[in-house]
Design a protein around this ligand. Structure first.
Ligand SMILES: Nc1ncnc2c1ncn2[C@@H]1O[C@H](COP(=O)(O)OP(=O)(O)OP(=O)(O)O)[C@@H](O)[C@H]1O
Ligand SMILES: [Zn+2]
Length: 899
């Protein structure tokens, strides 16, 4: 078994640490308190949980943190495993919040199950692990101080010798159990013996003999009495028989008397019945005659053949009745047909009359409509004449207005544009007049100013004083110009007024033009209206003609309908006559049928009477026969009675009575005797049965006793076997222990020799009772507790390694051993012994230990490592880290430092 990797989080002084571990020797080094031991403790905790801890579960959680996580990967027996635990320290009690072990074949959850699985896998619990593989810091004296018994327990459990003890105890339990059963059976056996003895004392066979001989005597006496009794019974029975035969005869006589009386009575009763029957017959004959008379009267009124003496057969009457019924049915169906024909014809006549009326009223409507249209046409024609006058008027007006354009400056239709042109010219002319008026005004003012200046002697142009008047010519020019302007103005004014006249004329023309247009439109509208009206009038005239034609047609149709209605009416009347005929015929048929039915009844009555007469006559004859028979029987019975009366003998009867009494007395007495004898015999019989039963019981008791004795013998031998087995397991354990003790002692001596250099001690002895003794060179024994501290450390190491080897060699292959873990093994050792320790580690590796983990800060041990792990604690945060170092580098460093 080998640790492959351990990962921590918040475990004691670690925040997070992840360390890979290889085969061979790994040395973990670092300063005191840096966390080396904690690293090993964590791995151990991963495997065993709280059982692997010295202290409280909560102590492993970093102070101030909520929870810690530890994961360990390890290889075992060729498979890989991974176990993970999380401890939560919040709340009152630290708890395992998670615990999972992933094995190749399963995943185990829960602290208890995981621990059980690990114990089973490694075949050791936490205690055993510590004892063989994990030498904890400061536990140097643990094994040395232990008592031999403790050592024995420890080694037995490591070597699994405890199992043998279990077997031995089981064998012992079995032995005790068998012993208890055997003792029970023995008790039962002695009880049986006692019962058998008690039964034998009763001398059962002698008693059986006595009872049997008495039984035989009683049986013989019973036989004798039986014989006597039988004879008496015979005598008695014979007497009884005789008496009984006489009794029977007496009874027969009595019954004969009563029979004779009965027969006589019956005969006379039957004769009375016959009288009555004769009367009934004559009644029936009378009735039959009456019916025949009535038939004689009725028959001639029917079409039937025959008379009262030779009446027609009922079948002939039936045939007649059937024929009449058939005819009646025919008439009935005819009647139905004719009746419905009456209804049909009447309905049709009614319908035809109605439609004639309807047609007539339609014709009337047509005529009224035509008259209405005629008056409409007359009215329309009058209004048309008015309209035509209006058209002529409008034509004249248009002609009058058009005359205005004959001497006009423009053609019809151009008046509007003409007016526009004139208006434009006029406004131009007005502007010209205004412009000229203002020019004239300005010029006049200028001239007046110049004249004023001139009057004052100044230049009219520049306002300078004028010596002579050089500029006077200018005023004259101006005056000329003013005159010209005034001429222009007059001219312009004339043109304006001419244009004003012309505009007036243009506006008149525009107005005339629009009036002409209006008149024309009106005329064409009226013309159109007239045209329409004329068309309407024509249409109406045509309609009037058509309406009148239609009225005539409708009237003709109505006339036809009335004729048809009359025809229907006639047909209905015919049918009604037919109904009357049918009803009459049916009346006669009914009468004839009633008559025939009466004939039928009478024929039935005659036949019934004839039948009754015949039946009654037969009955009367039968009664006569019966009475003849009875009379014969009466004669026989009287003869038998006189015979019996002769046979009676009173003496013989008396004798028989006496014999019967004597015999009966004897039988009674014999019965009483026999009863007491039989009782006795039965008592004897049951006494014999009881004794026989007891003898049988005795036999079965003897059989049971034999069986039980056999079983006790078998239990004895079984008890012996279990005893042997118990002893064997005990011996085996002692033997195995002895062998282990010898091996362990040899290994212990070998290893101690290897590590202990001083020559003080000869050998170490391990006794069968696990006493440890160290022998000095001079042969003096020494308790290991008396050794020096360093010697004790070496002794302890040797013992642990020896145990480890013993186990490894003893159970190699089946359960690979855990890593050998040494925590601070160099404490108490001088430098020389440290070298020896290096040797021991080497030796253990050579013995085949797969993985050795050593915690030490000793340089020499560090030098011997395959892998080196340094643990450091940050002094400010107080948190530890792990680093893997290369041993060569370290060596070089050490060498370098030594220079
Ligand atoms: N729950 C905890 N939280 C934080 N720190 C802890 C906790 N428990 C213990 N420590 C600290 O962790 C350190 C670990 O001690 P450990 O025994 O692992 O050291 P070491 O390297 O083996 O020392 P030495 O060489 O003296 O044996 C100690 O300094 C201790 O104070
Ligand atoms: Zn430590």
């Amino acid at each position: 078994m080998r640790f492959e990797r351990v990962r921590l989080s918040n475990f004691k002084c670690y925040d997070d640490a992840d360390l890979r571990l290889d085969r061979g020797v790994t040395v973990i080094h670092g300063l005191n308190g840096s966390g080396k031991s904690s690293l090993l403790e964590a791995s151990f905790f991963a495997l065993y949980g709280s059982k692997g801890l010295d202290g409280n579960l909560g102590d492993v959680v970093t102070i101030g943190a909520d929870d810690t996580e530890v994961e360990l990967w390890f290889a075992h027996g060729g498979d890989s495993y991974h176990v993970e635990r999380r401890v939560r320290a919040t709340g009152d009690q630290p708890t395992t919040a998670k615990c999972v072990l992933e094995a190749p074949d399963a995943t185990i959850e829960g602290a208890r199950d995981v621990r059980a699985y690990v114990e089973d896998l490694l075949r050791m619990d936490a205690e055993a692990f510590v004892n063989c593989a994990y030498v904890r810091q400061g536990e140097v004296n643990k094994l040395i101080n232990a008592s031999p018994a403790q050592r024995q327990d420890m080694l037995d459990s490591l070597l699994q010798l405890g199992k043998l003890e279990d077997y031995r105890e089981r064998a012992s339990d079995a032995r005790v159990g068998v012993g208890r059963v055997r003792d029970d059976k023995r008790g039962a056996l002695s009880q049986l013996d006692e019962q058998i003895e008690a039964k034998e004392e009763k001398e059962l066979h002698a008693r059986l003999n006595d009872l049997q001989s008495e039984h035989e005597e009683v049986a013989a006496e019973i036989d004798r009495f039986d014989e006597q009794r039988e004879k008496a019974v015979e005598t008695r029975d014979r007497a009884v028989e005789i008496l009984e035969s006489y009794e029977e005869k007496r009874e027969e006589l009595a019954s004969l008397e009563s029979d004779i009386e009965d027969l006589r009575e019956q005969i006379s009763e039957t004769e009375r019945d016959r009288e009555e029957l004769a009367e009934t017959i004559s009644d029936h004959r009378e009735t039959r005659e009456e019916r025949r008379d009535e038939l004689g009267e009725l028959l001639p009124e029917t079409e039937l053949d025959g008379d009262a003496e030779d009446p027609p057969s009922p079948d002939a009457v039936d045939d007649r009745l059937d024929a009449l019924a058939e005819r009646d049915d025919e008439l009935q169906s005819d009647l139905n047909e004719v009746t419905s024909a009456v209804t049909e014809h009447t309905n049709q006549a009614e319908n035809l009359r109605e439609s004639a009326e309807d047609l007539e009223s339609q014709a009337e409507q047509r005529r009224e409509q035509a008259a209405e249209f005629e008056s409409d046409v007359a009215e329309t024609r009058e209004s048309l004449a008015d309209r035509r006058e209006k058209i002529d008027e409008l034509g004249e007006r248009v002609e009058a207005l058009e005359a205005a354009f004959e001497d006009a400056p423009v053609e019809f239709g151009e008046a509007a544009s003409f007016r526009e042109d004139v208006a434009d010219d006029l406004s131009e002319a007005r502007e010209t007049v205004a412009g000229l008026e203002s020019d004239v005004e300005n010029r006049r003012e200028q001239i007046e100013e110049a004249e004023e200046l001139l009057d004052q002697g100044k230049c009219p142009e520049c306002g300078q004083d004028v010596d002579d008047s050089p500029h006077v010519e200018t005023i004259d020019d101006d005056r000329e110009r003013l005159a010209a302007l005034e001429d222009d103005l007059a001219e312009a004014r004339e043109r304006q007024s001419a244009l004003e006249d012309r505009l007036e004329r243009a506006e008149d023309l525009v107005e005339t033009e629009s009036e002409i247009r209006e008149c024309r439109t009106n005329r064409s509208n009226v013309e159109q209206l007239v045209e329409q009206r004329e068309a309407t009038v024509e249409e109406k005239v045509e309609q009037i003609e058509q309406l009148r034609e239609e009225a005539e047609e409708l009237e003709a149709e109505a006339e036809q309908k009335r004729e048809e209605a009359a025809e229907r009416e006639d047909a209905a009347e015919e049918c009604r006559e037919r109904v009357a005929e049918i009803n009459k015929e049916r009346g006669t048929i009914r009468e004839r049928r009633e008559r025939l039915e009466r004939v039928e009844d009478l024929l039935d009555a005659v036949a019934d009477a004839t039948d009754a007469i015949e039946r009654l006559r037969e009955r009367r004859e039968h009664l006569e026969e019966t009475n003849d028979e009875r009379r014969e029987r009466l004669v026989e019975k009287r003869e038998r009675r006189s015979d019996l009366q002769e046979e009676f003998d009173e003496d013989r009867i008396e004798q028989a009575r006496e014999q019967r009494e004597t015999a009966s007395d004897y039988v009674e007495k014999a019965d009483a005797k026999l009863e007491s004898l039989r009782e006795r015999r039965d008592d004897l019989q049951s006494a014999i049965g009881g004794v026989e039963n007891e003898i049988e019981e005795l036999e079965s008791l003897r059989e049971r006793r034999d069986d039980l004795a056999e079983r006790v013998a078998w239990l004895d031998s079984l008890y012996e076997e279990t005893e042997q087995l118990q002893r064997m397991y005990g011996d085996l354990r002692a033997e195995l222990r002895q062998r282990n003790v010898e091996s362990l002692q040899a290994m212990l001596n070998e290893i101690f020799d290897l590590v202990y250099q001083n020559d003080s001690y000869a050998r170490i002895e391990l006794s069968g009772e696990y006493e440890l003794t160290v022998y000095q060179k001079d042969g003096e024994p020494l308790d290991p507790e008396q050794l020096s501290g360093g010697e004790r450390a070496l002794f302890n190491l040797s013992l642990r390694c020896a145990i480890y080897r013993l186990l490894a060699e003893g159970i190699e292959g089946t359960a690979p051993m855990p890593p050998l873990i040494l925590d601070e093994p160099t404490v108490f050792l001088d430098s020389g012994h440290v070298s020896q320790l290096v040797e021991l580690v080497e030796a253990m590796r050579e013995y085949g230990v797969e993985q050795i983990l050593v915690v030490s800060h000793d340089e020499e041990l560090v030098g011997a490592a395959d892998d080196l792990v340094r643990v450091e604690k940050d002094s400010t945060t107080n948190r530890s880290t792990v680093v893997r170092e290369e041993p060569e580098d370290r060596l070089a460093e050490v060498v370098g430092a030594g220079d």
